[in-house]
Ligand binder design. Sequence first.
Ligand SMILES: NC(=O)C1=CN([C@@H]2O[C@H](COP(=O)(O)OP(=O)(O)OC[C@H]3O[C@@H](n4cnc5c(N)ncnc54)[C@H](OP(=O)(O)O)[C@@H]3O)[C@@H](O)[C@H]2O)[C@@H](O)CC1
Ligand SMILES: Nc1ncnc2c1ncn2[C@@H]1O[C@H](COP(=O)(O)OP(=O)(O)O)[C@@H](O)[C@H]1O
Length: 490
Amino acid sequence: MLRAFTGSQVRDAERPLLERGMGRDLMARAAHGLYRSLVAELRRTRGGLYGARVTAVVGKGNNGGDALFALAELAGRGVRTTAILASGSAHTEGLAAFLAAGGRVERTLGRADIVVDAVLGTGASGDYRAPFPRPEGIVVACDLPSGVDADSGTASPEVWRADVTVTFGALKSGLLAGRGRALAGRVEVIDIGIGEYLPQPDVYVLEAEDVRGVLPEPRDDWQKYTRGVLGVIAGSDQYPGAAVLTTSAALATGVGMVRHIAPESVRRAVLAAHPEVVASGSPEGRVQAWAVGPGIGDDAGQQSAFDVALDSGLPIVVDASGLNRIPGPPLDGRAVLTPHAGELARVLSRLGLDVERPEVEERPIRWARLAAERLGATVLLKGPATVCAAPDGTVCVQAVSHPYLATAGSGDTLTGIVGALLATTSYARPVHVAAAAAMVHGRAGRIAAEGGPFGAGELSAAVRQAVAAFQGGVPEAPLGAAVDLPFAGR
Ligand SMILES: NC(=O)C1=CN([C@@H]2O[C@H](COP(=O)(O)OP(=O)(O)OC[C@H]3O[C@@H](n4cnc5c(N)ncnc54)[C@H](OP(=O)(O)O)[C@@H]3O)[C@@H](O)[C@H]2O)[C@@H](O)CC1
Ligand SMILES: Nc1ncnc2c1ncn2[C@@H]1O[C@H](COP(=O)(O)OP(=O)(O)O)[C@@H](O)[C@H]1O
C-alpha cells in the first residue's frame, strides 16, 4: 500500500531536520533527485545529454531553489541550462550555484528540451498566475505543478500540465485527486530522509498485491454457499439492462451464487444472459451480502426489497437510485455507498450540507471523507480517480482507470464487483474491499480499452481477466500513469 500525505504533513516532517540545521541537506537531496529524473527524461526523449537544453521557471522560494541546484548539476554535465526568475528574485544560494556552474538567467523562454516548472511548491497559497502559457514540449514539475494544492488537488486555471512530477519526501494527496491528478502526469517520489517523521498518512493507495489480498483464494473445500452468495436487487421494467450488467460483473468477479430479485421481465432478461442465476420476485434464501440499486428506479417492489436488504444487517453495496433511499445517519459501518459526484452532492444536501457537483469534483477527498464520517458508511466516490472513504476517516484513492469507463452502465458493473467481494471476503475492511473493487473495475476498463471503445456490456469479460491478472500477481501501476516510486511513500 502506498501512503500519501498533505503538504503540511510533509512540511511538519521536515521541521525537526530543519531545526537541526539540515535544510541544505534536504534541498540537496531533493535537487539531486530532480537532476536524476531530468537526466533520465533527456536520455529517454533525445538519447542523451549532448546538446540538450533545459530551462527552469523558478519562483523565489525553496521550490525554485531545488530547481536551480538541479540545473547546476545538469550544467556540470554539459547541458545548456537557463532560468527564468518568475518573481524577479530567487533562492540566493541556489542561484549562486546555478550561475557558478554556467547557467544563464533569461527573460523569455527560448528553445528547450525540457521546461522545469518550479515557481511554487508546498508554500503556495491563494490563486496562481502562470508567468506565461504552458510551453509546447516536455514539462517536469518540481515537487508539484505550480498552483496545485498539495492537500486537495485543487488547481488554479493557469496551472501547466506536467508530463512528469518529481515530488520530494513523500507522495502528496493533491497529486492523486481532483485536477492535481491529471495535471501531475507521471509521479516520481524522491526520498529525502524524512520518512521516520511522517505521521499517519492522509490517504492510501492500494497496490496490486493489496488487491490480491482482498480477492478470495480458491480453496478445495469451497462449496457454493461457503464461497459466498450475493443477493442482487437490480433492474426494473424501465431499466432491465442494469440487472444484467450487475449480475454479469458479480459472476465475473467470482461468487458461489447470485440470487437476483426483480420483476419478472427483468428476471427473464437476466436468466437469458446467465442461466446460473437464481431469480425470484422478492428477497428469499440466504445471502452473505447485498448489491442494491442499479436500475431499480422508482419500482415499488424493488424499493421494498431494498428495505429488507438494508434491515438484514448484512454487508451491502448501495448504488444509483438506492442512494436516494438510504435512511438518515448513522448507518452501521457495513454499507458501501457508490455515488458519482452528482449523487454525492445530493446525499450531502440531504445531510444539510449545501454543496454542488463541481465542488465535489474539485475536492473529492474532502467530500467523500466528510460523507463517510457523517453517514457511518464507506463512501466510494466515482470519477476518473475513485475515492473510497471509511467512517473513521481512512481514505484510499485508486487512479487505475480509463476514460472509456465513462459509459452508461459502467457503474452497474462496479456495483456487481463490490457486491461479489463483500459476499466472498470476510476479513477485509469495507474501505479496502471498495478500493480493491475500483482497481478491478479500472483494470478491466484498461483491458477492454485495448480493443477500442466499448459499452458496459463488454466489460464483464475484462473483469474476469482483471481478476485473473491480480490473482496471478501481474503488476499494475497503482497511480494510473506509468509510475516510478523508487523509495519513499511506501
Ligand atoms: N522545507 C524544506 O526543507 C524543503 C523544501 N523543499 C522544497 O521547498 C518547497 C517549499 O518551499 P517554500 O516554503 O519556500 O515555498 P514555495 O513553494 O517555494 O513558494 C513560496 C513562495 O512563493 C510565494 N507565493 C506563495 N503563493 C503564491 C502565489 N499564489 N503566487 C505567487 N507567489 C506565491 C511566497 O511568497 P509570499 O507570498 O509569502 O511573499 C513564497 O515566497 C517544496 O515544495 C519543495 O520543493 C525541498 O527542497 C526539500 C526541503
Ligand atoms: N473520465 C473517467 N475516467 C475513468 N473512469 C471514469 C471516468 N468517468 C467515470 N468513470 C468511471 O466509470 C464509472 C461510471 O459510473 P456511473 O456514473 O455510476 O455510471 P452508470 O450510472 O451509467 O453505470 C465509475 O466507476 C467511474 O469511476
